[in-house]
Design a protein around this ligand. Sequence first.
Ligand SMILES: [Zn+2]
Ligand SMILES: [Zn+2]
Ligand SMILES: [Zn+2]
Ligand SMILES: [Zn+2]
Length: 160
Amino acid sequence: MSHQHWCDYGGHYWICQGSAVRLFQQEATECKCLNCGVSMEEGDHSNCSVELLSCPEHRAEHMRAMGYEPDYVGPAPSESDEPSPMFTDSEGNRTCGFCLWCNRDFYSIDEWREHTDNGMAHCEVFQLLKDQTTMPPVLRAMFEQAGFLEEEGENDNQKK
Ligand SMILES: [Zn+2]
Ligand SMILES: [Zn+2]
Ligand SMILES: [Zn+2]
Ligand SMILES: [Zn+2]
């Protein structure tokens, strides 16, 4: 039994005979129902979700539009389950976080633990500022950028 796909690149439905070449694959693979998890050939899926799949005419164009050759085979960018990086350093490398006091980037949780261990004994900026009632400089800068903090008039040299 044939079924339909929605060609999201071309914006139209198309009729599929049971298997199709998906993006980032070279060989046609059997279509499975997204809802039932069984082959589209088995049973009636007229009420099930329609799989988004570029039709044979649009597939090559769709691949090129994403910056790949049509015969490129590999993991689809959207299928990788890596969460998009929360934090990156100035060069765009992925980090686990950064220190709000000295703005140091941490590339692993261990690094972060070591830095914040013993009341942040390893953070020079924290050690310098800890006796003052001030918020972490990096946090303060972020607040200022976001406009959360009114200028308090004490930083005259920052005024224009
Ligand atoms: Zn199409
Ligand atoms: Zn199909
Ligand atoms: Zn189904
Ligand atoms: Zn630090």
